[in-house]
Design a protein around this ligand. Structure first.
Ligand SMILES: [Zn+2]
Length: 310
């Protein structure tokens, strides 16, 4: 038995205003940033609060600027030509496999062209990786220090994405290297989300090397290290989906409903596949080499190969 209508006095000092993100609690208002109601994207319809922004708003934010001189998109179109699949690019960012931590470096520095390049304005400044040519956007994608590694990745991706009418899907060029565009000679597409994540993560580590050399001119960039670290991070990120699928399966057994991995497998193809029992992640044969490059602990756990259906 409890007495009714008894009110306890709480001192107002104990009240902490909370900020919500969507339906969840983000934290104490004075500790969180950005406040969803105080920030939005430029050019989004209705100036929605940040926590309600999805792929449509991001797409609008990217394309609306077409009317008011969009530096990054216009510049890319000037260089690569029209027909860049912006919507698909935006979808890979918002609905893809990666987190902000994986993709934001590429998003800001490359897609938005914020990367600091010493010779960007036309002034002569030797590339800090190869010292051979002017450091600008014309050079960066074909800088011999990085290009060698990009070529290997492109060759691998062409083994994973079967040719269309005898034409390889990915070409060595700025379209792919900067924006992950494939089929550039016919109808440009973007990489499937699984490989778009790899593309963004590679840039993250390349940019990290470029940053180190910008802070210390004696630092020697290592493309080998950058690509190796990127592959390690990438395979770890992909593998994390197995754990997630296992949890989802356990929940489904507990709550007695059917479980399958169709949704995640659609996102993972052609890189990997998780069987419905969630016992193991099966890698595309090409990825085996990446696993070996990424480091022994990833390599040990690989299972027999899986061949995608297409
Ligand atoms: Zn260079």
């Amino acid at each position: 038995m409890i007495p009714r209508e008894i009110w306890k006095t709480l001192h107002i000092d104990y009240f902490a205003p909370l900020t919500k993100w969507g339906k969840g609690i983000m934290g104490r208002t004075n500790r969180v940033y950005p406040h969803p109601n105080q920030w939005t994207f430029e050019n989004t319809p209705g100036r929605k609060p940040l926590d309600q922004i999805g792929v449509n708003e991001i797409y609008r934010a990217l394309t609306a600027t077409k009317r008011t001189a969009p530096n990054c998109m216009q510049n890319w179109e000037k260089r690569l030509g029209p027909g860049i699949p912006w919507r698909a690019i935006a979808e890979n960012i918002t609905k893809g496999l990666g987190t902000n931590r994986d993709t934001s470096s590429w998003f800001k520095n490359i897609l938005h062209r914020a990367l600091y390049l010493k010779g960007k304005g036309g002034q002569k400044a030797a590339c800090s990786a190869c010292y051979q040519e002017n450091e600008d956007w014309i050079h960066l994608w074909r800088c011999p220090i990085w290009a060698r590694h990009w070529e290997i990745i492109i060759e691998d991706i062409n083994k994973m994405l079967p040719p269309i009418q005898g034409t390889e899907r990915v070409k060595v060029g700025p379209d792919f290297i900067y924006l992950g565009i494939i089929d550039e000679d016919t109808t440009p597409h973007v990489l499937p989300s699984s490989l778009a994540l790899l593309h963004a993560i590679i840039w993250k580590y390349v940019i990290m090397e470029l940053y180190k050399v910008s802070q210390n001119e004696y630092y020697k960039v290592s493309a080998n290290e950058a690509f190796r670290k990127a592959l390690r991070r990438y395979t770890t990120r992909i593998r994390a989906n197995l754990r997630k699928a296992q949890k989802a399966r356990a929940r489904s057994i507990h709550q007695e409903y059917d479980h399958n991995n169709d949704l995640i497998n659609k996102k993972l193809q052609p890189v990997a596949h998780i069987d419905d029992e969630c016992e193991e992640i099966e890698w595309h044969p090409v990825v085996h080499r990446w696993l070996a490059l990424a480091g022994a602990e990833e390599h040990e756990t690989i299972t027999p190969t899986f061949t995608p259906e297409w």
